[in-house]
Design a protein around this ligand. Structure first.
Ligand SMILES: Nc1ncnc2c1ncn2[C@@H]1O[C@H](COP(=O)(O)OP(=O)(O)OP(=O)(O)O)[C@@H](O)[C@H]1O
Length: 240
């Protein structure tokens, strides 16, 4: 569905992503993991189009069509093509209600007639009683659910989540895990997760891509994330 080859990214003269290759298979959940500062957010921002890459290629391909060069598309065009993104800072309209937020997301993506489908509330029932509540008045957990719902009402083909569990409690992680498993395994949505919470990764991801100082140092099925790799690259004091 998405193929990155030899992607390099710089902030000024600081080389952040180094010759990065990544393949996302349709219907699978892939986790980009790594310690803080290793380049996870930069990578997902490059895919969503919010950061430009210095060199490399990014191609999008659906079963029914020819490959499309993502680098020629702006962030709104990438979103319209099917890339849904929930960044770390959530980006909801805090002075608008849940329903207004969802309607704006749908209109921006030209999806439907502005009526929020019941499937969103079926997936996230806790949002239903909050339909008339403003974003600012909601808990962090509910704000995240709203940001996720705003991405889902656009009917993405690829859903990208940047560190959804950061600062969240176990109850939230459990709920989000259930929701992602349903989206991915029951509804076939392709998911790209930038994350570092290992129990969450093991629960929801099929494959991993381990970043260390902007390089992809290991990848494979999530059950190959073994103690050697974790000791080498996920232990702050021991990472080389
Ligand atoms: N806007 C920026 N300008 C300059 N350097 C940046 C900028 N954003 C990130 N960096 C640097 O790029 C590197 C990768 O950061 P990035 O946020 O992509 O890592 P991360 O793995 O997502 O970390 P975290 O888990 O803390 O979010 C870090 O060294 C960071 O300091």
């Amino acid at each position: 569905m998405l193929s990155l080859r030899a992607v390099n990214h710089y902030y000024g003269n600081q080389h952040i992503l180094w010759d990065l290759n990544l393949d996302l298979a349709p219907g699978k959940c892939t986790c980009v993991l790594g310690l803080p500062g290793m380049g996870k957010t930069t990578l997902v921002n490059c895919i969503a189009g919010f950061q430009a890459i210095e060199s490399g290629t990014m191609f999008w391909q659906e079963a029914s069509g020819p490959p499309r060069d993502l680098l020629t598309l702006s962030p709104p065009l990438r979103a319209a093509m099917g890339i849904g993104y929930v960044p770390q800072d959530k980006r909801i309209f805090s002075q608008m209600t849940v329903e207004e937020n969802l309607q704006i997301a749908m209109r921006a993506s030209h999806e439907g007639n502005g009526a929020v489908g019941s499937d969103i509330f079926d997936l996230m029932p806790e949002l239903y009683p909050l339909r008339q509540v403003k974003g600012a008045a909601m808990s962090d957990d509910d704000q995240y659910q709203l940001a996720l719902a705003s991405a889902l009402v656009t009917r993405p083909k690829l859903l990208i989540l940047d560190e959804p569990t950061r600062g969240m409690g176990l109850g939230f992680m459990h709920k989000l895990g259930e929701c992602l498993l349903r989206l991915n395994r029951e509804l076939g949505l392709t998911v790209l997760l930038a994350e570092q919470h290992l129990p969450f990764i093991r629960r929801v991801a099929d494959t991993f891509c381990l970043l260390h100082r902007g390089r992809n140092v290991a990848q494979g099925p999530v059950n190959q994330l073994d103690t050697r790799l974790l000791a080498q690259f996920m232990t702050p004091d021991e990472a080389p």
